[in-house]
Write a protein that binds this ligand. Sequence first.
Ligand code: ZN
Length: 402
Amino acid sequence: MSIKTLSIAALTIGSLLSCKQKPVDAQAAHAKAITIDTHVDTPMRFLREPFDIGQKHEAPSSRVDLPRMKEGGLDAIFFAIFTSQRERTEANYSQAYQMANAMIDSTEKALAANQSLATLAYKAEDASQIEQEGKRAIYLGMENGFPLNKDINRVEEFYKRGIRYITLAHTKNNDICDSSTDDLGAEHDGLSEFGVDVVKEMNRLGMLIDVSHISDKAFYDVMEQSKAPVFASHSSVRAICNHPRNMNDDMIKTLAKNGGVIQICILGAYIEEEDTTSLNYVKKEELRIKYNDFNFKSDEQRKQAWAEWREINNKYPAELPTISQAVDHIDYVVNLVGIDYVGIGSDFDGGGGLKDCKDVADFPKITEELVKRGYSETDITKVWGGNFLRVFKQVEEASEAS
Ligand SMILES: [Zn+2]
């Protein structure tokens, strides 16, 4: 080898070395990103018991509060105003409507008592604004459109109360669309006529349409009707965990093609197929049958059932999946459609939680796993909120244009 060849070789190695990215510092990347969890069920606690969100609590009984959000470097969160789907009687419609409003009232009250720690947020740009003030941004979403009754005006009414997304249905069909898990099967063959109006009204107002929980056909109907990109606030990958609540490859591709985002849900049964022989599963199935598929006759009965549910979890704890398994879902979406269409919606305080990610304070561990798998700082920023905020902004812009 001549001296000239040698020096060229040395030059090539030198430039290769300088091109090689320096290793990502997980802690720094996590701190730098605007981190958002798009689905937790914490507001239910406000109605169930006195719960001070400004104080630190312990998992597993509580997985979200403001001190632990700070500890876990979580800048923003969506609190779900959740009502379970019950028989569609006037009394139940009215109760769901009152409950949704009571949950919004109590969230406002909880935040008013903790003004130095957190602020209610309404627009996509609020997240970074509030982060710069050193506070947590709390957004509101509505899980299940049951409180709308069949009144289209209520979409705007709830928008004015701060609701920025609606998960169109929950575990059962409602007036808007079919659910992915209703034992009775399809009722509307996807989106109902009222559902089409709801989608249009949400587009007009600049609300995010959440396709988590809804049936596959309802999903495709929404994709056809919506003028703006849509998102799944807490759904995982069906190819890895075959649950009707998860999204199949074609749905993920369709969502991505429309510029939307799937926020991976870290609830055990959506990450890994359940062991149906485990005592935890068997006892919970018995409970579901005992309480008529959790169609409660009274609040008393509801309280009793949830007490028994907690007892089962204490006595026969479920073997939870790990962060590594959850990140397999993120990897899968990235390999299928690219880095721009995936995020995280934990479902904490609504069943979410992993063996090694028990609450929001554990979120930096997810970033560590992403770094271990070669995700860059930019990738991490996208997964932890960048992708979702892009969709949120587009939904706002589509509203302004209409
Ligand atoms: Zn849910």
